[in-house]
Design a protein around this ligand. Structure first.
Ligand code: 3PG
Length: 216
């Protein structure tokens, strides 16, 4: 089994991927620990802040058994920078042609962003079978992915963008959804205030919900 197959399994097992925007490097490891304590061991750090690459570096070298990746990859140079920081997987919000070659050269799992069936099929043809559906709720939510499962049975999705605790079950029940992503698990406010217990509680609620949905 390839590493990438294992990485896909890890995302599926987790079921909910916290999408993090980290402003201060000092928050990175306590945040990862808080999420892990709540049962979530996959973390996407968005490249939207000056601290993001160092935050990935801190988490990747912390010794925590966490699968850490970089999100908001929007240009080719982000790919190399994310890899150098220790990112094990990449996520893009959208996937224009100019990004595809750099993504294809990344040595781990890449989850390119799409919003339409045409984009999904094009990326599948280019070798990507696990895609981020973004922004999920404005683009039709779970109903859209349900509609894609029969015609595109070999493509799996990680819907992100507007997914909430109340709606995550609608997605996770679908055969073509490996996990949902969301920022609700660690809000800017909770991170800045160091509300690690609150973040652990939100993570625990989400990971318990994943288990309940999958055992139903
Ligand atoms: C993002 O990249 O912003 C994620 O999709 C998070 O979306 P959310 O804030 O709606 O959860």
């Amino acid at each position: 089994m390839s590493d990438i197959t294992e990485q896909k399994k890890r995302i599926r097992n987790c079921g909910v991927v916290p999408v993090l925007t980290i402003e201060s490097v000092a928050d990175a490891v306590p945040l990862a620990e808080a999420l892990m304590k709540g049962g979530l061991d996959v973390i996407e750090v968005t490249l939207r802040t000056a601290a993001s690459l160092d935050a990935i570096k801190e988490i990747a070298s912390s010794g925590l058994d966490v699968f850490v990746g970089a999100g908001t990859i929007t240009c080719g140079s982000d790919v190399g920078a994310a890899l150098k920081a220790g990112s094990e997987f990449l996520v893009t919000p959208a996937t224009p042609d100019f990004l595809v070659q750099d993504l294809a050269e990344f040595p781990g799992l890449v989850v390119p962003g799409v919003a339409t069936p045409t984009e999904a099929l094009k990326l599948y043809d280019q070798g990507f079978d696990t895609l981020k559906f973004f922004p999920a709720e404005p683009y039709g939510g779970a109903a859209t992915l349900k509609g894609l499962s029969a015609p595109l049975p070999n493509i799996n999705f990680m819907p992100t963008g507007g997914v909430k605790p109340e709606t995550m079950a609608n997605y996770l029940k679908l055969p073509n959804v490996v996990a949902v992503g969301g920022s609700w698990l660690a809000t800017d406010k909770d991170i800045k205030a160091g509300n690690w217990d609150q973040i652990t509680a939100l993570a625990q609620t989400a990971s318990d919900a994943v288990k309940a949905i999958r055992s139903a």
